[in-house]
Design a protein. Sequence first.
Length: 82
Amino acid sequence: MNKTLPRQEETFMPCATTDPEVFHDKNYNDIAKGLCAACFLEETCRSWGRANGEWGTWGGETSEERAAAGFPPDGWRDRTRS
């Protein structure tokens, strides 16, 4: 019998085994945030998303939340204005 250990990222990073769409579709924000909250890299991912102008949920923070905190994603336009 061939037993293999799971890859480390699959063991510790929930996003490694989750459909990426979960982190980029507003309908899944709560799920994405819950996955991030369970990950030991949450703060690291949040910092990465802020520093690199990423879209989607990074470290439990959505694009909108990053923009409101002063770290808008690349190409961001104020979506609260009509």
